[in-house]
Design a protein around this ligand. Structure first.
Ligand SMILES: [Zn+2]
Length: 434
């Protein structure tokens, strides 16, 4: 800790020309940096406590228990807290919402209480590595590492007397990993908070020490159904029987491949397919079945897939192209396409890049080097995607970095925690001065 403070002091004392524009840490910021270093052990202890409570998305009680541990901590900082429950049939836990202040430049902080690990998973406990550099555990990165980052940044702000002037809404979502459908209901609390906010910051984990997320691709699902005439194969290609459903589906898929395989940022993936005299697709169970004969023209095929896109405009354009492809059916066949929105894109905007620049400046003054945007195509959707278009600017990946999220190797770099906590605390403090 002392070595770090000294290093900082030296960095500030001999600011090289290249860093001349970087504002050094003021006294409040130095106090926050110190507070976070001094409370590293208690931050990790809280993380351990949270990781050791199972909060798989389906385990509502566990998710709420994690929220209830955090709730009094927010209240102690002056936040008003409440659960926004989901309707009972949706079964998942709702969101814990904590609000502070009434100022205009409201910041929305987003993290989640659930993990992908069900109570039956063998992966249930927090464990430090022998060299004390890393810790593994379910949700240690995704997203319990983000929860303690958020909380300790607020504690540091409070300690430095910088919380009183802030307007902050914290939304801790109960089912980020598997949003209850429809998301118009399960993400209502998040959207309501975003509508009152200027900036949204996501505490999802970072993949590297230098990478933050300025954009995320959106996702929709599509289902292609083709029909043909299930007649004897000797009639195939002829005027009465046409080409059959399987050739028709093959035509559509090949045209999709040609249209989109060179399309930057866009993917159209056929994930499961069934075809024959008759065919069935169950998109809830993710199963498909078919029956037919080698000498019967295929009467029916179904394909289920997803579409990933950089912006809503790109999504609409792609869907129109796909509909046009489906409509140009082979003789004796027809195809229909249905789309279901899953998650909107968090488009990369000028405002998002400006937030990245501000975080990068803070990282540099903390001695951590500049930060960069992770390529949008590398990050899937997250809760910030639902609200990115409701705020002036957003940034995600502000949690600690590590490896193996969603696997039983999920590992946090313990040294990342103070770094990301300091970045966030200083950012919130500086935002109030602008
Ligand atoms: Zn997550």
């Amino acid at each position: 800790m002392k070595a770090r403070t000294l290093l900082l002091a030296l960095t500030l004392a001999c600011v090289p020309m290249a860093q001349a524009s970087v504002a050094p840490l003021n006294l409040n910021e130095q106090a926050m940096v110190r507070y976070i270093e001094q409370h590293h052990d208690s931050q990790v202890a809280l993380l351990e406590q949270l990781v050791n409570i199972n909060s798989g998305t389906g385990n509502r009680r566990g998710v709420e228990q994690v929220g209830e541990i955090l709730r009094p901590q927010f209240e102690r900082l002056g936040f008003q807290t409440r659960w926004v429950d989901l309707p009972a049939p949706m079964t998942h836990a709702g969101s814990l919402v904590a609000t502070l202040g009434s100022g205009k430049r409201r910041i929305l902080l987003i993290a989640h209480l659930d993990t992908v690990f069900a109570p039956e998973s063998p992966f249930q406990t927090f464990q430090r590595s022998a060299d004390q550099r890393t810790a593994t555990g379910p949700g240690v990165l995704d997203n319990k590492g983000g929860l303690v980052t958020l909380l300790y940044a607020l504690k540091a702000l409070d300690e430095a007397g910088r919380l009183g002037e802030a307007s902050i809404t914290v939304v801790l979502v109960g089912d980020e990993e598997q949003a209850a459908q429809p998301s118009s209901i399960s993400r209502q609390a998040l959207r309501d908070a975003a509508q009152q906010s200027e900036i949204a910051l996501g505490l999802e984990f970072a993949s590297t020490a230098q990478g933050l997320v300025t954009g995320r691709r959106g996702i929709s699902a599509w289902q292609l159904s083709s029909h043909g005439q299930a007649r004897h194969s000797s009639l195939l290609f002829g005027p009465q029987a046409g080409f059959g459903a399987i050739y028709e589906t093959a035509r559509v898929l090949e045209a999709m491949r040609i249209a989109f395989s060179q399309h930057p940022g866009l993917t159209v993936n056929p994930g499961i397919l069934a075809g024959g005299r008759t065919a069935n697709l169950d998109t809830r169970q993710n199963t498909a079945s078919a029956e037919g004969l080698k000498n019967i023209i295929a009467g029916e095929t179904h394909v289920h897939g997803d579409l990933r896109f950089l912006s809503q405009a790109q999504q609409r354009e792609a869907e129109q192209t796909l509909r046009d492809i489906a409509a140009a059916s082979l003789p004796g066949t027809s195809s229909t396409l249905q789309f279901n929105d899953i998650m909107p894109a968090m488009s990369e905007t000028h405002g998002n890049r400006q937030l990245l620049a501000q975080f990068s400046e803070i990282s540099e003054v903390l001695g951590g080097g500049p930060l960069q945007a992770v390529p949008t195509v590398e990050r899937g959707g997250a809760d910030i995607s639902y609200v990115a278009n409701l705020v002036d600017a957003g940034l995600d990946g502000l949690g600690p970095w590590g490896t193996g999220a969603h696997s039983d190797q999920e590992t946090l770099e313990l040294a990342a925690l103070p770094v990301v906590t300091q970045r966030l605390a200083i950012f919130i403090s500086r935002l109030q001065e602008r």
